[in-house]
Design a protein around this ligand. Structure first.
Ligand SMILES: [Zn+2]
Length: 216
């Protein structure tokens, strides 16, 4: 079996989102790009995360055909493939159904850039891709279009997709996005949500990208 490190990355991220309740049951999915081929490694469809092993991770080509693995790949494979095709900078994708982000996706409202960590890690408001049924090419197109050159996108009435240069980045995008959505909702209940100034967002984002962190 090849790509052990990549398989481990997918498994660890999938188990992390399950353990931290970013998904319920077997929902959500995780993938990474295979470094030297037009393939990706993705979680299988409908399998429990706690008993999943690296052998269960499915390798598929960019047409969605299984190259290695005995299980059916995630139903959202077309969306993952389209993102990798459009974004050569993306090597990992995490898709979650976490409650606060999904609330924004149901409301069809963007998650505003309200926290320094939102500016640093995400750097843009998180917009909602128009609804289409899961697993369809239409949903894949909507997600890729709305994502643009960003790192996070909501799927209407569904959840969120976070992307990164590696699995840690994609996971971090999901957690910061969920925390941002939670705080935005709390602030809204206090009467107002004030987004950061675009120039400050840009500055914070560039600083974080350059150093990986900012000084306290
Ligand atoms: Zn989903």
């Amino acid at each position: 079996m090849q790509y052990l490190q990549q398989r481990q990355d997918v498994l660890r991220a999938a188990q992390t989102i399950a353990r931290t309740k970013m998904v319920v049951g077997t929902w959500g999915n995780v993938s990474v790009r295979v470094p030297d081929k037009p393939y990706l490694l993705i979680t299988p469809s409908g399998m429990k995360y706690d008993t999943m092993t690296i052998e269960d991770i499915v390798m598929v080509d960019w047409s969605g055909t299984t190259v290695e693995g005995i299980w059916k790949p995630s139903v959202e494979t077309p969306t993952h493939v389209r993102i990798y095709q459009q974004r050569s900078d993306v090597n990992a994708i995490v898709h979650v159904h976490s409650p606060y982000l999904t609330a924004f996706a149901v409301a069809g409202l963007p998650v505003p850039v309200i926290l320094e960590e939102t500016a640093q890690v995400i750097g843009h408001e998180i917009k909602t891709a128009p609804y289409a049924i899961c697993g369809t090419a239409r949903l894949a197109d909507n997600v890729v279009q709305t994502l643009g050159s960003g790192v996070a996108v909501l799927m209407a009435n569904h959840g969120m997709v976070g992307v990164g240069r590696n699995i840690e980045e994609a996971l971090r995008v999901c957690y910061i996005a969920e925390e941002t959505a939670r705080i935005a909702l709390l602030a809204q209940s206090l009467g107002q949500v004030r987004a950061l100034d675009p120039a400050e967002i840009e500055k914070l984002h560039r600083g974080f990208a350059a150093y990986g962190q900012t000084k306290e």
